[in-house]
Write a new protein. Structure first.
Length: 174
């Protein structure tokens, strides 16, 4: 089946309200692969808007969601699958965040490795001329100028005659 470029295709389950187990959201991915020249979207008939967020994360570019101005009027036919202005705003904000999350196409290395790097800290007081090992040292986050960088661990490990240890325990700085 071929469509013109200006036709959009929306995945929809026309059951009011739709059961989330029956939504078949992965169809959006298949539609995107099959109809590359068309915009793929999702027409939602569930309670809330979680399925709309799912659809966007799977590549939907159009979201159709029922909207109600006044929840007090329960005579509206699609009342049980509609959201109000407050939830609609939350949905749009969440969609924009998802779009930002999906926009980066390459991995960007963290230049601030200090926040994730570990340092070598003393478990207890360590006396001069003590051999450093796993019994008296521990590796913890974050990296700290007072702790030893893991990269120099091998240089220090098992050395004797260390004149100054700049290690930290929970209570004291040595």
């Amino acid at each position: 089946m071929k469509f013109k470029k200006n036709v959009s295709i929306l995945h929809c389950l026309s059951k009011y309200p739709s059961d989330v187990a029956e939504l078949g959201m992965k169809i959006i991915t298949k539609l995107n692969a099959k109809f590359k020249k068309n915009k793929i979207g999702y027409s939602d008939h569930t309670n809330g808007y979680l399925s709309c967020l799912c659809a966007v994360s799977l590549g939907a570019k159009i979201i159709e969601k029922h909207f109600v101005i006044n929840y007090k009027n329960k005579l509206i036919p699609d009342y049980n699958v509609s959201i109000d202005a407050k939830d609609f705003k939350k949905m749009i904000t969440a969609i924009r965040k998802i779009e930002k999350m999906l926009s980066c196409k390459k991995k960007i290395p963290n230049k601030n490795k200090i926040t994730i790097q570990r340092s070598w800290y003393a478990k207890n007081e360590i006396k001069i001329n003590t051999i450093l090992n796993e019994k008296n040292c521990i590796y913890l986050r974050p990296y700290n100028k007072r702790g030893f960088d893991l990269n120099i661990k091998k240089k220090i490990y098992s050395k004797k005659n260390i004149n100054k240890l700049d290690l930290i325990t929970k209570d004291k700085i040595y």
